[in-house]
Design a protein around this ligand. Structure first.
Ligand code: GLN
Length: 309
């Protein structure tokens, strides 16, 4: 295979030259003010080698990528009982859609749409106070990333989410009416918004994704069982990009999770953990150029999970 560092530098240069960049999220000022020209990529290999290019060390709002870490914590807390309260099917609907909740009795389709992630937060609050759950999340991502104290929660983002989160409030209240939110809606959402407000760089995010590359292990230390890591990857492949998940699997062929801040965490099991960031979004709310960068990376490396080894 050609030199990976060269491939990544080449992709970064190509992406930086693109003129069609998508649209930056505008629902809160801290996201709306991020320059559309930002682009970062970081790849952590199974042997620990790291390759990065562009704005790979600049922190951005990871938003819904936090749903992967929240799911991992909730499965750790209650195991497969979680699946009594949230499904494992792609929704085919927008990330913040409420429509399926009516016919499906308040059970969200999967943990990666907003409704599902709100239930996941409620599950965590079954055992912890909001402050404890937020602290646990911060410790967890710092530990996964091997980064002691630079990963933070952006309070301005959390506050802005709270001030504008009317759809999320509707989702939580609606699920509560079906008995699928047990805690106080304000506390559940406050926790959810703080998770969304985690700020991380591509390098930190790719480091944090190592356990999914490593069949549940990082540097010999087990984070989750192999079976659980594989299952989380399966959910990322089938549901990680909302109503754009099928196309992401088709084009890129890797488990991936996007966030409305323009980040994507993608996993080549056994090979690499990859994070890309470009804040311009496509119409489903996923990074337009982030997807293009991943598509080129997979094409040039042969990392699609569908490529025979
Ligand atoms: N904070 C956003 C919301 O709840 C997260 C959505 C996303 O990243 N797609 O609406």
């Amino acid at each position: 295979m050609p030199d990976l560092g060269a491939i990544i530098a080449e992709i970064a240069a190509e992406i930086q030259a693109e003129t069609e960049r998508g649209t930056v999220a505008s629902y809160i000022p801290p996201l709306a003010s991020v320059p559309v020209g930002k682009f970062g990529v970081a790849v952590v290999m199974a042997d620990g080698a790291v390759h990065a290019a562009g704005d790979a060390d600049e922190a951005f709002s990871i938003q819904s990528i936090s749903k992967v870490f929240a799911l991992t914590l909730a499965l750790g807390a209650v195991g497969d009982q979680l699946w009594n309260r949230v499904g494992r099917e792609p929704s085919g609907s927008a990330f913040n859609s409420i429509v399926q909740l009516e016919t499906e009795h308040g059970i969200p389709r999967n943990p990666f749409i907003n409704a599902g992630a709100i239930v996941v937060c409620d599950v965590l609050l079954g055992r912890l106070q909001p402050r404890e759950a937020i602290g646990q999340m911060l410790r967890f991502v710092r530990e996964l990333a091997g980064d002691d104290d630079t990963i933070r929660i952006d309070d301005a983002v959390a506050r802005a989410e709270q001030e504008t989160g009317f759809r999320n409030m509707a989702l939580a209240n609606y699920m509560r009416a079906f008995g699928n939110i047990h805690g106080e809606v304000e506390l559940v959402l406050g926790t959810y918004f703080h998770f969304c407000a985690l700020a991380m760089s591509c390098r930190q995010l790719a480091m944090a994704g190592r356990f999914l590359m490593g069949d549940g292990r990082v540097e010999g230390h087990r984070v989750v069982t192999a079976r659980r890591a594989r299952r989380i990857n399966a959910l990322m492949m089938s549901c990680g990009h909302y109503d754009n998940s099928g196309d992401f699997a088709y084009r890129i062929g890797l488990p991936g999770k996007s966030g409305v801040g323009g980040g994507i965490l993608a996993v080549a099991p056994g090979i690499a953990s990859i994070a890309v960031w470009s804040p311009g979004l496509n119409k489903e709310g996923n990074s337009h150029l982030g997807q293009l960068a991943l598509e080129r990376l997979v094409h040039r490396t042969g990392w699609s999970v569908f490529e025979p080894r």
